[in-house]
Design a protein around this ligand. Structure first.
Ligand code: FMN
Length: 175
C-alpha cells in the first residue's frame, strides 16, 4: 500500500467483526512499527500492553467510554514514568512522553491499516482503573489506548479543514 493511501484511507474504526487477530501479527505492529517512531531525546520510555483476553477487554470497556464496538485486542500505550523522570525533566513528563506515545500510536495505526486491521485511538478512559485491571505498577502509566479488530464497516471519512496553512510570514488562512 502506498504511504499516501495509508495516511488518507485510515479511518477510526468503531465496529469490528468477531474474529481474532493472530498474536504474532499484533506483536509485529508493536515491534515493527510502533517502536520505530521518533522519540524525544531517543528516550524510548514507552511500554506497550497487548490485551487480547476478552475478560480484560470487557473490564477495560467498562471504564473507557471511548472504547466502542467489540475489539479483538487493545494496545495500552504506556510510559514508564520513573524512567521518563530519570532521563528527562518536567518537559519530558508533561510533553515529550505524550508526543512519543502519539507518534508510536500513529505508526501502529498506519501499519495496522496496511494489514487490513481497523483501529481507533482512545483517550477517553480511566488511567488509574486501567492500571488496576492490568496489574500495572504505579510507574507504568497508560497514556493512550488503541482498539484493534477486523472492520465490520467502512466509516466515511470525516471532512478535513484545508485552510490551515500559511506560506512564510503569517497570514490568516484564506486571506
Ligand atoms: C488523541 C485522540 C484521542 C481520541 N479519542 C477517541 C476516543 O476516546 N474515542 C473514539 O471513539 N475516538 C477517539 N479518537 C478518534 C477521533 O475521533 C478520530 O480520529 C477523528 O474523528 C477523525 O476521524 P478519522 O480518525 O477516521 O480520520 C481519538 C483520536 C485522537 C487523535
Amino acid at each position: 500500500m502506498e504511504l499516501s493511501q495509508a495516511i488518507q484511507n485510515r479511518r477510526s474504526v468503531r465496529a469490528f467483526r468477531a474474529e481474532p487477530i493472530a498474536c504474532d501479527q499484533l506483536k509485529a505492529l508493536i515491534l515493527e512499527a510502533a517502536i520505530w517512531a521518533p522519540s524525544g531525546g531517543n528516550a524510548q520510555t514507552w511500554r506497550f500492553g497487548l490485551i487480547t483476553r476478552p475478560d480484560l477487554i470487557g473490564k477495560i470497556k467498562m471504564i473507557s467510554p471511548g472504547v466502542l464496538g467489540q475489539p479483538a485486542a487493545v494496545i495500552a500505550i504506556c510510559q514508564d514514568m520513573e524512567e521518563v523522570r530519570r532521563k528527562g525533566s518536567d518537559l519530558a513528563v508533561n510533553v515529550l512522553s505524550w508526543m512519543d506515545t502519539a507518534m508510536a500510536a500513529q505508526n501502529l495505526m498506519l501499519a495496522a491499516h496496511a494489514a487490513g486491521i481497523g483501529t481507533c485511538a482512545i483517550a477517553s478512559f480511566h488511567a488509574k482503573a486501567v492500571q488496576k485491571i492490568l496489574g500495572l505498577p504505579e510507574r507504568i502509566v497508560p497514556q493512550l489506548l488503541v482498539s484493534l479488530g477486523y472492520p465490520s464497516q467502512s466509516p466515511q471519512p470525516p471532512s478535513r479543514q484545508t485552510e490551515v496553512l500559511w506560506l512564510n510570514e503569517y497570514t490568516e488562512s484564506g486571506s
